[in-house]
Design a protein around this ligand. Structure first.
Ligand SMILES: [Ca+2]
Length: 388
C-alpha cells in the first residue's frame, strides 16, 4: 500500500495511524543513512543493517546481507539459486518454493536439488503456495520442460523441506531480523502476497524486495505481460502496493542477457558441481529447442535479479511508479510504469458515478533499464565456478 493508503487503513483500525506512522519513522531513522544506502545505494555488500558475519567463507570485512529467495525452479531459477549460494555476500536465511514455471510438487524438490548440488544443506527450504491467489495456475513447462529443469534428471534429493509453510517462514524470519531480510522473489509473487496479507507489519520491517518480473517493453506470455506477473497479477499488485522499496528487474533488461554458445562453453569449462549442473540444464534446454531458437534466446532472467545484490554496476536503475494491471481482458499482469505525472487509471464510465481517474503519485520502485551484459556473465561464470 502506498503511504496515503497506509495512513487511511491504519487510521480506520482503532485510530492507530499516528502510532504506526511514528513507529515506521523511528525505524527508518534508526536505520538512518546506512539503511537507505542499502535500499537504494551501494548494494554490493550487506554492510548495513548491523548484520554479523556468520557464513563460513565470507570475505573478511564484508558482512553478508540476509535474504530469503522465493522461487519456482525453473531453468533460470536454478541459475539464480546457484549464483546466490555461491556468493559469500549473501546470507540465505531460507529458500521458499512457489508454483509457477512448473507445479509446486516439482519446484520444491528442484529447489532442494539445487541446495544439495551447492552443498548448502544448512539452508531451510520450505514449500509454499500451490497456485495463484485467485487464478488457475498456468505453467511454462513448454519452455522449462515437464520437470522444470529442461528434462535433466538429477537424483531425488536426500534432504527434506522444513515442516513450516513458506509463508510462515518468510514472516518469522522478517520478525526475527526486523529491517534486515531482503526478499528476493524470482517466481510469481503469491507467497510474498500471502505473507503481506497474514502479517501487514512486513511493510515496515522488510527493507527491500529485489524481484524478477514485469516489463515496460512488452511481455513474454502475452504482448503485455511478463510470466511471473501474468501468473499471479493480484499478488504482484499487492506487492507493488505494499510500500516496501522494490527493485524491479524485468524483461527490459533480462531479455538482453542471452546465454550464447560461447558463454555456455565457459560454464562447461568449469569443473565444479554447480557450474556443471547449470551447464547441463542450459545445454539440454538449448538442444530441446534448437529448431525454434533465435539468436536472442535463451535468456537468464532470474540470476540477473540476484546479481544486483552482488554488483550494482551491472544494472542501471531508474525511479518509477509501477501499477499492475489486474482487470484488463488482454493485458492482465502488465506492469505499467510511470516516470512522472499522475498515475491515471482508465476514464470512468459515464454512468459509473465515479470522479476523475487520478491517483496520488509517488515512486514505489526502482526499475532496471540498462544492463552491462559482459559484466553479468563474468560474475555468473566466476561465481558458479567457485569451489566451495
Ligand atoms: Ca522463476
Amino acid at each position: 500500500m502506498n503511504e496515503s493508503r497506509f495512513s487511511k487503513e491504519q487510521g480506520d483500525r482503532k485510530g492507530e495511524t499516528l502510532e504506526i506512522e511514528l513507529g515506521r519513522r523511528q525505524f527508518l531513522a534508526g536505520c538512518g543513512t546506512a539503511m537507505m544506502a542499502g535500499v537504494f545505494g551501494n548494494l554490493a555488500t550487506g554492510t548495513v543493517l548491523g548484520q554479523s558475519a556468520s557464513r563460513p567463507g565470507a570475505s573478511v570485512g564484508v558482512v553478508p546481507r540476509r535474504i530469503t529467495i522465493d522461487t519456482d525452479p525453473g531453468v533460470d531459477d536454478a541459475f539464480a539459486l546457484m549464483l546466490a549460494m555461491q556468493s559469500p555476500e549473501l546470507k540465505i536465511e531460507a529458500i521458499t518454493a512457489v508454483a509457477g514455471n512448473v507445479p509446486l510438487k516439482l519446484t520444491l524438490p528442484n529447489a532442494l536439488r539445487m541446495v544439495e548440488i551447492c552443498g548448502r544443506t544448512e539452508i531451510p527450504v520450505a514449500g509454499g503456495a500451490s497456485g495463484p491467489l485467485v487464478r488457475k495456475l498456468i505453467t511454462a513447462a513448454y519452455v522449462h520442460g515437464e520437470n522444470g529443469l529442461a528434462g535433466v534428471e538429477f537424483p531425488v534429493p536426500t534432504i527434506k523441506p522444513v515442516v513450516e509453510h513458506a509463508v510462515d517462514l518468510i514472516v518469522r524470519l522478517a520478525r526475527q531480523y526486523p529491517g534486515e531480510v531482503t526478499l528476493v522473489p524470482i517466481g510469481p509473487l503469491t507467497n510474498i502476497a500471502l505473507a503481506l496479507r497474514s502479517a501487514p507489519e512486513l511493510a515496515q520491517i522488510i527493507p527491500q524486495i529485489v524481484l524478477m518480473g514485469g516489463s515496460f517493453s512488452g511481455g513474454n506470455v502475452t504482448p503485455a505481460a511478463e510470466f511471473n506477473f501474468y501468473v499471479d497479477p493480484e499478488a504482484a499488485a499487492m506487492v507493488f502496493d505494499s510500500g516496501i522499496p522494490i527493485i524491479m528487474v524485468g524483461l527490459d533488461v533480462t531479455r538482453k542477457v542471452v546465454l550464447t554458445e560461447e558463454r555456455l562453453r565457459r560454464l562447461e569449462a568449469n569443473t565444479n558441481r554447480a557450474s556443471l549442473a547449470a551447464a547441463r540444464i542450459a545445454r539440454s534446454l538449448m538442444e530441446t529447442h534448437k529448431k525454434s531458437v533465435s539468436e536472442s534466446w535463451p535468456v537468464l532472467n532470474d540470476p540477473l535479479a540476484v546479481s544486483v545484490l552482488l554488483d550494482p554496476a551491472i544494472l542501471t536503475l531508474k525511479d518509477y511508479r509501477v501499477e499492475i494491471e489486474t482487470c484488463g481482458t488482454l493485458t492482465v499482469g502488465e506492469s505499467v510504469g510511470y516516470k512522472h505525472g499522475e498515475a491515471r487509471t482508465s476514464a470512468p464510465l459515464r454512468n459509473s458515478g465515479e470522479g476523475p481517474a487520478e491517483k496520488q503519485f509517488g515512486f514505489n520502485c526502482k526499475a532496471a533499464i540498462e544492463v552491462d551484459v559482459p559484466r553479468f556473465f563474468d560474475l555468473l561464470t566466476t561465481r558458479l565456478g567457485r569451489e566451495g
